[in-house]
Design a protein around this ligand. Structure first.
Ligand code: NAP
Length: 293
């Protein structure tokens, strides 16, 4: 199949490499102006792939968007007339809130949402390291998307494991809940994930979780307080030495995904008239840091 990777950063390069090695044609779309880019994943042979090629983009069967959430809409707006209306668009990023505006931009395309736990790190623009094997969950957000379940086999063959989720909102909310708990606290306090297992953070974590659970219930998303608390504790322990993406973004003075993580929670809470003042204060702290640069 013909795949376009829009935003070939760490995760996008991992997919580009994996899909190419599985025999698919890959073209890249990035803010780099070169008409070819080289990607080397781990110790595989380097791949030279077309970049910003309008014809290759137009011929793409699947457009896999691996931009960070704040850049998805602006990144795709300029591509509207260059993406075929039959192309399956897959949004793969942390956080929520891009599906609706992207769906308005591409009303005739099948639109899928994905969440992944693979770890990828790009020490140089050409080199990506697959730092942790994970799982990718995929599901449809419009009726055309529901006809695209076959794509799971294609993706799973390239970078396992990939699973189809008939209710992708559930999977995205589960991930959002974990991100709401871990990301702002690690970013504000400039600590690794494992530090959150200290007693000093337990009150804050519980406040976040209480509010998240209330909003998830209002959104008709299945969640149980004790189970979610346990899951978050497990993730903190399993990733103790890691720094969250938000901690890294803030430490490197890059725009974080706060608007699509805690910001999305706050927007949905507002819709249901639920008080999420603890999460609101974390959101304000991150915004204050970003605005101080
Ligand atoms: N990396 C992981 O292990 C991992 C795991 C799970 C989920 N995720 C999620 O996957 C998504 C992608 O993460 P990533 O780690 O691959 O990020 P990344 O390495 O920073 O790549 C993001 C891509 O977006 C481009 N980009 C950055 N700023 C931009 C801007 N202002 N305008 C247009 N394009 C811009 C980058 O371009 P350049 O190449 O020019 O910098 C790059 O192609 C995020 O939502 C992240 O939370 C990542």
């Amino acid at each position: 199949m013909n795949f376009a990777i829009v935003g070939p950063g760490a995760i996008g390069s991992l997919w580009a490499s994996s899909l190419s090695h599985a025999g698919h044609n890959i073209n890249l779309w990035s803010r780099q102006t070169d008409n070819q880019l080289t990607i080397q994943c781990d110790n595989h042979l380097p791949l030279t792939l077309p970049n910003n090629d309008h014809q290759a983009l137009k011929n793409s069967d699947v457009v896999l968007v691996t931009l960070k959430a704040p850049f998805v809409l602006s990144g795709l707006k300029s591509l509207v007339e260059h993406i075929h209306s039959d192309a399956i668009i897959v949004l793969m990023h942390n956080g929520m809130g891009t599906a609706e505006p992207v769906s308005s931009l591409f009303p005739n395309n099948p639109l899928l949402l994905a969440t992944t736990t693979h770890g990828a790190y790009r020490p140089t623009p050409q080199h990506v390291l697959h730092t942790g094997k994970g799982n990718t969950q995929l599901g449809a957000t419009n009726s055309l998307g529901h006809q695209c379940e076959f794509i799971v086999d294609v993706l799973n063959n390239a970078l396992p494991t990939v699973e189809w989720h008939s209710n992708i909102q559930q999977a995205l909310w589960n991930k959002l809940a974990i991100n709401c708990a871990i990301n702002p606290l690690t970013a504000i306090n400039n600590v690794n994930n494992g530090t959150l297992s200290q007693q000093a953070y337990q009150y804050d974590l519980q406040q976040i979780i209480n509010e998240v659970v209330e909003v998830m219930h209002a959104e008709a998303i299945a969640v149980e307080m004790q189970a979610l608390t346990k899951t978050i504790q497990h993730v903190i322990e399993a990733t103790a030495a890691n720094y969250s993406s938000m901690q890294q973004d803030i430490a490197h003075r890059r725009t974080s995904e706060i608007d699509f993580i805690t910001g999305y929670l706050i927007a949905r809470a507002k819709h249901h008239q639920i008080d999420v003042s603890f999460n609101q204060s974390l959101y304000n702290s991150i915004k204050q840091i970003e605005q101080s640069w």
